[in-house]
Design a protein around this ligand. Structure first.
Ligand code: C2E
Ligand code: CA
Ligand code: CA
Length: 737
């Protein structure tokens, strides 16, 4: 505000000065010509009026003065034009001084000479002066007061002098006319002056405008330059930012891709995961529905992968899965899609496979890719796969149905003995459904009293005496009849129901065995224990409970565990088994020879007895003789009792006895007996044994009589009630074996 108020008068005075300068410029501009004209006019006046008269010297003196004034004015004009002083008002004043001096010179001439001039010459000079006054009105228009003063000088004084010199009416008329003329030219001077001022102001504002425009142009140019710079700057920054953004976008899209990849793939194998596979299968079903073309879905499950995981650890398991994934992928057609379904399960979608034969060929190719053992850090592992196949559309019209059908086919193939390929059939699904309903029914079997135990004798080769009765489960299903344990125990193991069932079998076996008091030294009872029971951690307590409830001495309880159990988590299992043994309970390895036999860990096993699996006994006369012999030798060397199970014929009996097997179990002795028949059977066998027992006493410790004793036992067996019992049993025990 302060600066505004202080600059406003300054600007006004600057404006006023510019106006004054312009006014001065207008005065000076053509003044030289005017002065020359006045000089000429003066000279003419002198020559015309007084050149030859008596007042000629005065005239010439006046002329000289006039010329001097003209020269002085010309000098002032020169000075102005040179620009020595450019103060507008001062310039006007100097100019006014010159012109008024000149006007005064004319006045002086009129004052002194009009009285002496003849009338016509007086009139002439008056006219000349009036003419000059009128000229002055135009040339002095930029300064009204100057024009007015000059006009007044040049008109009023000669007119007054004219009137004084001529007191006639003419003189009055002249003064009147001159005054009128003066008024007229003063008016003209006013108009001229205002026009000049307006034009000066117009010019001034034009110039201001021009200056403003120039300033504006300059500002614009500066702004343009600034803008250009700013643009360049901006472009530079945009380029920088763009490259940053490009990097950022690339980075983000990499992250997004990585996320998508992680969400859609299985992190272990890098294959598609379940969700991705399902989506692709849905899409494939859609397009196949549109074109009406068939395609195949394969479900692959690795056989015994769990053992690899349990025995060799999870790292080895991961390695195997990765290698399997790689091999499967490598042996697939190009358009097929492989995914990991979960655990050790893989799925394949083969859109190019139009029929069952093609699918089976691929399935076999996949299995063949697994034939070569997979090398691990220290050893190698062999793995097989079981494959189920479902075809679109006959086995399923949706992704879920197809996967389920392939899964059912795979499951059936597993049931049939693994490492094979199976095409889906509706009967398989029905089987599975009925299996499910059986599993459901099994859950209630214990509570609804549908389970029972049968007992199968295990007899001593040496004494023929029944030393143990193996308890074997039977399930009397209200609709399906008697169901063999091999048909429901694996199911119960998978569902975990085996823990309850096994506990019941243990308690029931002990309860029944405690009642075998009809014979002097009643046999022990052997109870089959599932690995699931051992791993559940409740076995010891269950055993304690069964013994307490039945009051059976621990020495009369044997537990049969499968060999595979010890191959797994050896460190975890052994202490639990040791605890049972310390309690006086004997432990047998069941189905010996079928599991993970390794001689190195055999010697550390906390067991008392090994039971040679009946498949070896069965094949003994063909290829298993050497195996049985080796097992017996190992058993003897490690001080295990050796039981041969599944002995059906006298020749097997003889052969096994010759190999040194100490106990037998099999149909040759007896089929599994219902609980209520055991006591009678024990009595009968004790009776049959009496003769043998007396022979045994005679033999005593004399090794020479061993052979004779053995002969007698065999003869006894052949003739004895065992065989007849066995025969009777075969026809009437109700056991389905
Ligand atoms: P295992 O422990 O090997 O039982 C012997 C099986 O062989 C019994 O079949 C028996 O009837 C049969 N067997 C005995 N002698 C002969 C013979 O001379 N020839 C033939 N061909 N077979 C003979 P079973 O009773 O069907 O039992 C099958 C399997 O079920 C058992 O095999 C055992 O592993 C399991 N099992 C039975 N009861 C139980 C139980 O209470 N708990 C558990 N966890 N498993 C059980
Ligand atoms: Ca057994
Ligand atoms: Ca067995």
């Amino acid at each position: 505000m302060v600066s505004n108020t202080s600059t406003k008068p300054a600007r006004e005075s600057a404006d006023g000065e510019r106006v004054n300068q312009e006014r001065a410029r207008l005065l000076y501009e053509h003044a030289s010509l005017g002065i020359a004209f006045i000089a000429v006019v003066c000279t003419c006046v002198v020559l015309l009026v007084g050149g030859s008269q008596a007042y000629a010297p005065r005239m010439w003196a006046w002329w000289s003065t006039m010329m001097a004034i003209c020269l002085a004015r010309l000098t002032a004009i020169r000075r102005w034009e040179r620009g020595d002083s450019r103060n507008g008002m001062l310039g006007i004043r100097w100019f006014a001084a010159g012109i008024l001096l000149q006007g005064a010179a004319w006045q002086v001439m009129a004052f002194f000479l009009f009285p002496v001039f003849p009338e016509d010459q007086r009139a002439l000079v008056l006219m000349v002066m009036c003419a000059l006054a009128s000229g002055g009105i135009t040339t002095l228009a930029s300064s009204f007061w100057l024009a007015a003063a000059y006009a007044t000088q040049m008109t009023l004084s000669p007119a007054v002098m004219f009137m004084l010199a001529d007191r006639s009416a003419n003189g009055s008329a002249v003064i009147f006319l001159t005054l009128s003329y003066l008024l007229m030219i003063l008016h003209a001077a006013r108009v001229n002056h205002e026009a000049v001022l307006r034009s000066i102001h117009a010019q001034e504002s034009r110039q201001t405008l021009l200056a403003q425009m120039q300033q504006a142009y300059q500002d614009l140019a500066t702004a343009q330059v600034d803008l250009q710079n700013a643009n360049q700057n901006l472009e530079h920054r945009i380029r920088e930012r763009t490259s940053d953004l490009v990097k950022e976008v690339a980075e983000r899209s990499r992250y997004a891709q990585e996320l998508t990849r992680m969400a859609s793939t299985d992190s272990l194998t890098g294959l598609s995961n379940r969700a991705t596979f399902s989506n692709r299968l849905t899409a494939c079903v859609k397009s196949a529905s549109a074109t009406g073309q068939a395609f195949a879905v394969l479900f692959i499950d690795l056989d015994r992968f769990k053992e690899v995981n349990d025995v060799r650890g999870h790292d080895a398991g991961d390695l195997v899965l990765r290698e399997v994934a790689r091999r499967l992928a490598a042996s697939l057609p190009e358009d097929a899609e492989l995914a990991r379904w979960g655990g050790d399960e893989f799925v394949v979608m083969a859109p190019g496979v139009r029929d069952g034969e093609g699918a089976i060929e691929i399935a076999n190719r996949l299995r063949a890719s697994l034939w070569l053992p997979i090398p691990l850090a220290a050893e190698e592992v062999s793995i097989d796969g079981t494959v189920g196949i479902a075809m679109f559309p006959q086995h399923g019209r949706s992704d879920d149905d197809l996967i389920r059908a392939a899964d059912v086919a795979m499951y059936s193939a597993k049931q049939e003995g693994r490492n094979r390929v199976r095409m889906f059939e509706q009967s398989l699904a029905d089987d599975l459904a009925s299996r499910h309903s059986v599993a459901q029914a099994l859950r209630d079997a214990v509570s609804s009293g549908q389970l029972s135990l049968h007992f199968q004798p295990i007899v001593s080769t040496l004494t023929g005496r029944c030393e143990t009765m193996e308890a074997l489960l039977r399930w009397h299903h209200p609709d399906l009849g008697l169901i063999a344990p091999l048909d429901f125990i694996p199911m119960a193991e998978r569902s975990g129901d085996i823990i309850g069932i096994g506990r019941w079998a243990l308690v029931e076996a002990c309860r029944v065995a405690a009642q075998w008091t009809s014979v002097p030294s009643p046999p022990a009872v052997a109870v089959n224990i599932s690995a699931v029971q051992v791993l559940s951690g409740t076995l010891f307590d269950d055993v304690e409970f069964a013994l307490r409830e039945s009051k059976l001495p621990p020495s009369r309880l044997h537990l049969e565990l499968t060999e595979g159990l010890f191959a797994g988590d050896h460190e975890r299992i052994s202490p639990a088994i040791e605890g049972l043994r310390r309690r006086g309970i004997r432990i047998s390895i069941d189905d010996f020879g079928t599991g993970f036999s390794s001689l190195s860990y055999l010697q550390h096993l906390p067991v008392d007895t090994i039971k040679i699996d009946r498949s070896f006994i069965n094949r003994m006369n063909r290829d298993s003789h050497a195996i049985v012999q080796a097992i017996v030798m190992v058993g003897q060397a490690l001080s295990f009792q050796v039981i041969a199970e599944g002995v059906e014929s006298v020749s097997q009996w003889r052969e096994l006895q010759a190999l040194g097997v100490t106990q037998f179990q099999g149909y040759i002795v007896s089929r599994p007996l219902p609980g209520e028949r055991v006591a009678a059977w024990l009595l009968a066998s004790a009776h049959a044994n009496r003769d043998l027992a007396s022979l045994s006493e005679k033999v005593g410790n004399d090794p020479r009589l061993d052979a004779a004793y053995a002969e007698a036992v065999v003869a006894q067996i052949e003739e004895s009630s065992y065989c007849s019992l066995a025969k009777v049993d075969r026809s009437g025990s109700g056991d389905r074996q």
